[in-house]
Design a protein around this ligand. Structure first.
Ligand code: NAD
Ligand code: ZN
Length: 342
């Protein structure tokens, strides 16, 4: 099969012919239809410090995918050939304290698809049956391909109650964009999106932000005044990894507010603990998705009218992976999809 492989410790990904993976007794073999490119894939492709520390080549990259079931092991039930499925990219250990308590998303030993085991940038991928998510018939396969980052957005957006609340989303990358739509769907009042990139600010408005600002030009306090807000944001979603964005979120929260932090900073961030204490803020780190409550929430929100399709901006054949990665890296893009069937 064709696969995008990190062959050695260094920059680049190579499209190669490699053997098809084989499903073990607990596994499902999926013919990949479409994949999404994530920031993690960009790190692996460019071979930055994180990648050099984490990745052991050779490795097939990629973890956002949709495809169809072609084969499954003797322990896998409730599956049929041709079922349209995606996969949770964190393969849990099943043995740690949290796994045994059913809190799978808190597993201390999870292994990442396309990070610690061969991934989905390939014609076929294998995952344990417990990682497989069935889509309902007729789902838009582009949307299904990005359930992984959509799940990051849902997990973050629902970390604190947003019904009727004023919400700050800092960073309108693909995940921030989807979080805006989720917060809107879940009944937020004002959603202020803060994003330096003009292309992404325009997308943020399309996704349902009340106000979209460039943090280099606008102070969030002034924006609050303009909107008639008096006590600060009730909920903030930090989706940029940027130090200034977190600092500014902390400074603009209402008393008792909640900040859900998904963005991954590249260095330590000094924070104003005094404000966190006196304003009684809750800061919560968000990693991945809840297995499988987030997946359930994604499916039912789509069925009840949530539309994340404006966040998908570019489509390529896997053969044009270099152009696809360039589009994802440019910043002038939302979600970038690669098709593995054409
Ligand atoms: P992205 O890098 O495409 O988007 C981040 C956005 O933040 C960019 O559009 C950038 O212009 C913007 N930004 C930069 N400085 C800013 C500032 N001062 N204020 C507001 N916005 C600013 O990333 P993404 O794919 O949308 O992911 C969002 C973040 O979540 C990234 O940091 C990523 O590493 C992280 N992530 C975390 C998890 C997890 O499980 N915790 C999973 C996936 C991604
Ligand atoms: Zn575990």
């Amino acid at each position: 099969m064709r696969a995008l492989v990190k062959t050695d410790a260094g920059p680049g990904l190579t499209l190669l012919d490699v053997p098809e993976p084989v499903a073990g007794i607990n596994d499902v073999l999926v013919r990949v239809h479409k994949t999404g490119i994530c920031g993690t894939d960009l790190h692996i492709e460019s071979w930055d410090l994180w990648a050099a520390r984490t990745i052991r080549p050779p490795l097939i990259a990629g973890h956002e995918f949709v495809g169809e079931v072609v084969e499954f092991g003797s322990n896998a039930s409730d599956l049929h050939r041709g079922d349209i499925v995606s996969g949770e990219g964190h393969v849990i250990c099943g043995r740690c304290r949290h796994c045994r308590a059913g809190r799978w998303h808190l597993c201390a030993n999870s292994i990442g698809l396309g990070v610690g085991r061969d991934g989905a940038f390939a014609e076929y991928v294998v995952l344990p049956v417990t990682n497989i998510w069935h889509h309902w018939p007729g789902i838009d396969e582009e949307v299904a391909a990005i359930f992984d980052p959509f799940g990051n957005a849902v997990h973050t957006a629902l970390a604190f109650p947003v019904l009727g609340e004023d919400v700050l989303v800092s960073g309108a990358g693909p995940i921030g964009l989807m979080a805006i739509a989720v917060a809107r769907h879940a009944g937020a009042r004002h959603i202020v999106a803060s994003e330096p990139n003009a292309y992404r600010r325009a997308l943020a408005a399309k996704m349902g932000a009340t106000r979209v600002v460039d943090p280099r030009e606008r102070d969030l306090h002034d924006v609050q005044v303009e909107l008639g807000m008096v006590e600060g944001f009730d909920v903030a979603m930090e989706m940029s990894g940027n130090a200034a964005a977190l600092t500014s979120a902390i400074a603009n929260m209402a008393h008792g507010g909640g900040i859900a932090i998904l963005g991954i900073p590249t260095a330590e961030i000094p924070i104003d603990v005094t404000t966190i204490v006196f304003n009684q803020l809750s800061l919560r780190g968000i990693y991945g998705r809840e297995m499988y409550e987030t997946w359930y929430k994604m499916s039912v929100m789509l069925q009840s009218g949530l539309d994340i399709t404006p966040a998908i901006t570019h489509r390529f054949s896997f053969r044009d992976h270099e152009a696809a990665f360039a589009a994802a890296r440019s910043g002038d893009s939302g979600k970038v999809i690669m098709d593995w069937t054409t």
